[in-house]
Design a protein around this ligand. Sequence first.
Ligand code: DGL
Length: 262
Amino acid sequence: MAAPPTILVFDSGLGGLTVLRQIVAARPDAHFVYVADDAFFPYGQHSEEAIIGRVVPLIGELIAAHAPALVTIACNTASTLVMAHLRERYKVPFVGTVPAIKPACASSKTKRVSVLGTRGTVKREYTRKLIQDFAQGCEVTLVGSPELASLAEAALNGSAVHDAEIAAEIAPCFVGDGEARTDTVVLACTHYPLLMERLVRLAPWPVAWIDPAPAIARRVVDLLGPAGGAAYEAGAEMVFTSRRAHTLNQALMPFFGGRVPA
Ligand code: DGL
C-alpha cells in the first residue's frame, strides 16, 4: 500500500487550524503537519516585504524537511502576497486562502458586504482587485481588525477574552439600516472562525459569516484526489517555529480529527 500523502498546513499562528479541520475531514487518511510561525506572529503587523522575505524561504525549508504532497497556506495575510512567489520557486502544489469576496457578494441580498481581516489583508492590492472584479453591485466595507487574531489565539490558549473586546473589533462591519444594512461578513482571517460562536452572539444583528475553509478543503481534494483509505491515526504533527513545546494537546485534538499531534 502506498504511504499516505503528507499535507502541510501553514499559518502565522493557530488560525489555520480552522482550515486544517476541514482538510482532515476530507482526507482523514493523510499525514498532517501543521506549522504555526509563532516566532513571527502576528503577520498583520508586518510590512509586505517582511512577510514575503520571511514566508518564501521558510516554506522552502519546510518542504525540504517534510516532503509534503501539497502545501496549504492557511493565512490570508500571507496568501494575498506570496502565492505567485511560492509557485514560481517550488514544484509542490499550493492552495492559498484569500478573502471569499466573490461568493459573499453573490449571496448578499441587501448588497452590503463587509470584509473582516487583518490590517494587512484589507490594505492589499490583491483584496482591492477582488472587490473590483467580484463585487457584483455590492457595497463592500473593508474592516482591518488590529486585535481579533490575537484575541482568538488567547481564547484558544484558555485566557479570558472579554465580550466587549470582541464586540469592539467587529462593530465596524455592521453598517446601514433597514433593507440596506450589512447581511454578509467575510471572515478574511483564518483565526476568526475560532471565535464563531461569540461572533454570532455578539453581532448587533444576524448576518451570514463566510468561512472559506470548506472551499479550501474541496480544492485540496481536487488536487490530491479523494481519501484513499482509512484514517491514518498516527499522522499528525504540530510545529511551532519558536520551537516552544506546546501544551495545547487537548485543545488541538478536535482540529486534528481527534488525533493527538506529536
Ligand atoms: N491567520 C492569519 C490570516 O488568515 C492572520 C493572523 C496574523 O498573523 O495577523 O490572515
